[in-house]
Design a binder for this molecule. Sequence first.
Ligand code: HEM
Ligand code: HEM
Length: 170
Amino acid sequence: MTYTKAQIIFHWLTAAVLIVMVLTGLAYTYDWLDADTMQLHQIAGQILIVVVVARLIARFRHPATPAAKPHHPLEAVMAKIVHAGLYICLIAYLVTGYIAASGLRDPLLIAAVDQGLARSDTGEWFLEAHFTLKWILLALFAIHIIAVLKHRFWDKDLPLSNMTLTPRKE
Ligand code: HEM
Ligand code: HEM
């Protein structure tokens, strides 16, 4: 059992849009570019919402992930925790970002939440959470990449081919 074509496409699409999100988010907050960057952040963010929802549907329709090689059972549990963590982090980013953006003067959102809420203390909390999430995403992403490299160079069981559209050699 491998990931389906849809799951693989969504994985890489998520990664690509995520790069745009991180760059535009940081560029806006730290004034690297002009304020229009936030428009792009909101548009790409709403596209990402669609991608992540579609990805989760694809994941629930095909819950079986590639059969792991018989590594330590703890490793399989770790992989599940980190993958679940990445999904949760993505969802948390989208929700907190959407609420934070609803408080902007001219939000570019399809269905902004109540501006009073977005500018209240609760809204402020969502904004703070949005800021904090980058460290959590960075930590999870680092573990994700270290795991891929560990499999590639230590176990030599090529997990990358689980996430590519080319057929597996094994
Ligand atoms: C996975 C998706 C997302 C990522 C990785 C992301 C990342 C970021 C980053 C890195 C920043 C800069 C603040 C910081 O230093 O942490 C930021 C700011 C912001 N993001 Fe996002 N974001 C995401 C989704 C969204 C979405 C969906 C929206 C709204 C549609 C949004 C709205 C905002 C707003 C309004 C700010 C500026 C807050 C301010 O400085 O006033 N974000 N985002
Ligand atoms: C250079 C960047 C990346 C590489 C090389 C990579 C590689 C991989 C590989 C090889 C797998 C399959 C693991 C297995 O066989 O079980 C995987 C799964 C996964 N990746 Fe990535 N990934 C990258 C970026 C990301 C990013 C940015 C995210 C999200 C924030 C992400 C989230 C996930 C998740 C959630 C899974 C588990 C999929 C599932 O079980 O539904 N990856 N990745």
